[in-house]
Design a protein around this ligand. Structure first.
Ligand SMILES: O=C(O)c1cc(=O)[nH]c(=O)n1[C@@H]1O[C@H](COP(=O)(O)O)[C@@H](O)[C@H]1O
Length: 281
């Protein structure tokens, strides 16, 4: 089963298209053990509402080697729960270095099944990531239009959107062109997905149309102002093809209260489903 299969299967079986971000902030905890325990608790408690989980590498790297050990445990726990891991690293570099990043984050000890990648150095530099992911049945998510307010400086703003649209076109026409099977859940999605911020609801249908075979990752739900009810344009019929992602809005829904994290994940799931007119089984 590929990453796309597993998340699409979870969407169909569990009725969720929520990606739970696990971005533990050192300042919220007494010490790394406390951070580790709370992050694992949030993971386990919210798993029934998650199509996948997305640890942001920066929060683990900030703790040095100890953080990488915690990341390894988080990835292992997610796998035990049957939850696919999408690592948010936004990596990108010249080809030979890109290969090392790909080996580290897609095949190494703390590997995820999928990784976010940055196309700024050119599409040829993404090839090592795509080939490594494909060989593992994994995926890459290419930054197309990020969620942050300043994205327009380089990605295009307002009606122009030239760079983001060009990246989307290249994702669809050059990277995500592998043969796809038919008939099984998720077989309609390639190993190359794309990141489009949940903070751009008005643009989602455009990117959905430009990249019909790409799973779309929609970060920015909750803390950055993205609203679950405004994301329908990113989804294909049946409510598949996109993952709406919240990190702080789940992990720190109310301080460190894990019950509040569960309630927040359930609410995001239900709000997405209500907007799409689908029900959780
Ligand atoms: O690739 C990402 O996940 C990502 C892309 C993007 O455009 N915007 C964005 O916020 N993210 C990540 O998604 C998470 C958002 O966190 P919250 O704002 O707390 O939900 C962070 O880990 C960001 O690094």
């Amino acid at each position: 089963m590929t990453f796309a299969h597993v998340v699409t299967d979870r969407t169909r079986r569990l009725g969720t298209r929520l990606c739970v971000g696990l971005d533990p902030r050192t300042e919220a905890y007494r010490d790394p053990d406390h951070l580790r325990a709370h992050t694992l608790d949030v993971l386990e408690a919210t798993a029934p509402y998650a199509a996948c989980v997305k640890p942001q590498l920066a929060f683990y790297e900030a703790l040095g080697l100890e953080g990488l050990h915690i990341l390894e445990e988080v990835c292992a726990a997610a796998r035990t729960l049957g939850l696919p891991v999408l690592l948010d690293g936004k990596r990108g570099d010249i080809g030979s270095t890109a290969l090392a990043y790909a080996q580290g984050w897609l095949t190494g000890r703390h590997a995820g099944a999928a990784l976010t990648v940055n196309p700024f150095l050119g599409f040829e530099t993404l090839t090592p990531f795509v080939e490594t992911a494909r060989a593992q049945g994994g995926a890459v998510f290419v930054l197309v239009k990020t969620s942050n307010p300043g994205q327009g400086d380089l990605q295009g703003s307002g009606v122009s959107e030239r760079v983001a649209v060009e990246v989307a076109r290249l994702c669809a026409e050059e990277l995500g062109t592998e043969e796809l099977g038919a008939g099984k859940p998720g077989t309609g999605y390639a190993s190359v997905g794309a990141v489009v911020g949940a903070t751009h609801p008005q643009d989602l249908a455009l990117y959905r149309a430009l990249m019909p075979r790409a799973l779309l990752l929609l970060p920015g739900l909750g803390a950055q102002g993205g609203a679950a009810g405004a994301l329908t344009g990113a989804f294909a019929p049946g409510g598949v093809g996109a993952l709406a992602s919240a990190s702080r809005g789940v992990q720190y829904a109310s301080g460190l209260d894990v019950t509040a994290s569960v309630a927040a994940a359930r609410t995001f799931r239900d709000d997405l489903n209500a907007a799409l007119g689908v029900a959780a089984p």
